[in-house]
Ligand binder design. Structure first.
Ligand code: HEM
Length: 523
């Protein structure tokens, strides 16, 4: 205040000395104007903070970052929700974060088109706004619409006899053969499933699959898991940019960039191969995957010489490659972790496993292939998957949204540019929606003997940016799980403890590595 007054006085004296003083307002008028402005700023700030959802106070510049206890972010956010309720705000470095822990509030927010932005953090910026998961505005809208349409065209539907079902079944058959070859020795199901789940996404994107023992698959996995670790080691940079200028951090950032380039190169090579193949063929061919659909679109718009609104202001090749990277990163670990958790649950809940097998027995003999044709008759089996997702929450904090305009929610106003985090794990454990939430009860997802997924189920997100792969995930989870249960019995190796529900938190919430003895069921 004192410094401000001195500066104002000196500035006034200087201007007065260098201009016609009769035209200047008096010093008193200037003081009054400055004080009024100061009061207005203070009131505005008070209004801003009063309308924010409640939350802990932080310190300037760092916000609450320095006070985070040594616990996982989802555990910390859950603890805050216990203290402040279903909506609270907290400053993290440069970012204002608002957390939502109620399904009703989340629905209210995420259906609004003003809340479909993504954070502009240094790590997100490495992707240049391309792709689908982190793109925004017109590009995101057009891409989402296009992908949604093409997923359906390629047979990503829960109805029987869809073209895409046969690719999933092919992977399942190879997986079951490998389990049989394990001859009851302990194996880690997550390791065995990884290539098959990846192959499902590869088939969708580019009609490609990795064979067993393919070095390229091992290398690809290595790059991705290294990338995840690197991301984790500089995540504070998401909230405080300057953190990335510290010694050693720039090198990590450069390695992340190289890592992303390697993943993009793998998909870029597939794109170039496809462009070459297509150059050698003329005439119409049924598109066999997403690459074909994209390239048909690009060629079509060249022929008509029209403006290509699917790629507003972006290089189509860069965009297609980033979509491939995104579908891989959004669809691989999520589905893989859920399937591994479903095995964990069946070990921990033998009564539920028995009920699943009883239901299967009513429909087909053990060892026979379960297809989507049987799905309507297996509601309990599918309910087990929804209960697994609810109980363990593989994406406990969803994906952060950003609002492009101030949003009013009840008595609060969320200022534009806020990071909005959905507390999906907390919502899955809400005792009002799911009584006795600690208990594993697939019946929660049944009504009159049929599968019924309540509106409050948010593990795939909600609203305009809800998971684009929900149908694909449901298809593959059902087919893999039902076939595994119909062909194998599984038990823990002698003397080994039950896998914990706490699991490990990497890019997803996954079970800690565990092994199981698989025994083929007699038909
Ligand atoms: C169990 C499996 C899965 C779970 C639990 C899951 C969950 C989620 C969640 C919570 C979101 C964030 C939604 C939001 O931003 O509010 C999301 C987004 C997304 N998911 Fe999934 N997902 C799964 C499988 C898949 C699969 C198999 C694919 C496709 C290959 C996929 C593709 C996407 C995409 C592209 C987005 C971003 C959508 C957008 O930003 O518009 N997901 N998913």
């Amino acid at each position: 205040m004192w410094i401000g007054t001195r500066i104002l006085t000196y500035a006034y004296a200087y201007i007065r000395a260098n201009t016609d003083s009769s035209k200047l307002p008096s010093m008193t008028t200037i003081y009054l104007l400055a004080i009024t402005y100061g009061i207005w700023v203070i009131f505005k700030q008070i209004g801003y903070y009063r309308r924010l959802p409640p939350g802990p106070w932080g310190i300037p510049y760092f916000g609450y970052l320095l006070f985070l206890k040594r616990m996982s972010p989802q555990a910390w956010y859950r603890k805050m929700a216990e203290q402040y309720g279903d909506i609270f705000s907290v400053k993290m470095g440069n970012n204002l974060v608002v957390c939502i822990g109620s399904a009703k509030l989340l629905k209210d927010l995420f259906y609004r088109s003003d809340s479909t932005g993504r954070p502009h953090t240094p790590l997100n910026e490495l992707l240049g706004g391309h792709g689908i998961v982190l793109s925004e505005g017109d590009l995101w809208k057009k891409q989402r619409q296009f992908l949604h349409e093409k997923f359906r065209a390629l047979g990503i539907k829960l109805w029987p006899n869809q073209r895409f079902e046969k690719f999933i079944i092919m992977e399942i058959q190879e997986f079951l053969t490998k389990l049989e070859a394990s001859s009851g020795k302990p194996v880690d199901p997550t390791d065995l499933l990884g290539r098959h789940i990846h192959n499902v996404i590869c088939q969708l994107m580019m009609s490609f699959r990795f064979e067993e023992n393919d070095d390229k698959f091992a290398k690809f996995n290595e790059i991705v898991s290294r990338g995840m670790k690197l991301f984790g080691s500089v995540h504070i940079g998401e909230h405080i940019r300057e953190y990335l200028l510290l010694p050693g951090k720039k090198a990590v950032l450069n390695e992340i960039k190289r890592n992303l380039q390697d993943v993009s190169k793998f998909h870029g090579d597939r794109l170039s191969e496809r462009i070459q193949q297509r150059n050698g063929h003329s005439g119409f061919r049924e598109p066999s995957d997403l690459l074909d659909h994209y390239l048909d679109h690009v060629e079509g718009s060249k022929k008509t010489d029209g403006v290509d609104d699917l790629f507003p202001d972006v290089d189509p090749n860069k965009q297609i490659i980033q979509v491939m990277n995104d579908l891989f990163s959004a669809g691989m670990e999520t589905s893989l972790s859920t399937l591994s958790w479903s095995v964990v649950m069946m070990i921990r809940e033998p009564k539920v496993a028995g009920k699943v097998r009883d239901e299967l027995r009513q429909v087909l003999p053990p060892g026979h292939l379960v297809t989507l044709e049987h799905r309507a008759k297996l509601p309990y089996t599918e309910a087990v998957l929804f209960e697994t997702l609810r109980r363990v929450s593989v994406v406990p904090l969803g994906t952060t949204h950003v609002n492009t305009r101030p949003l009013k929610i009840g008595e609060y106003v969320i200022p534009a540019g806020t990071h909005i985090i959905p507390l999906l794990q907390k919502m899955g454990m809400d005792p009002e929606t799911y009584p006795e939430p600690e208990k594993f009860k697939p019946e929660r997802f049944l009504k009159d003997g049929q599968l019924r997924v309540p509106d409050s189920f948010m593990q795939f997100g909600v609203g305009q940016r809800m998971c684009l792969g929900t149908q694909l995930a449901r298809m593959e989870l059902f087919l893999f799980f039902a076939n595994l249960m119909n062909s194998f019995d599984f038990t823990l190796p002698y003397g080994v403890d039950e896998p914990e529900l706490q699991g490990v938190m990497g890019s997803m919430h996954a079970p800690a590595p565990f092994t199981v003895n698989f025994r083929k069921l007699e038909s």
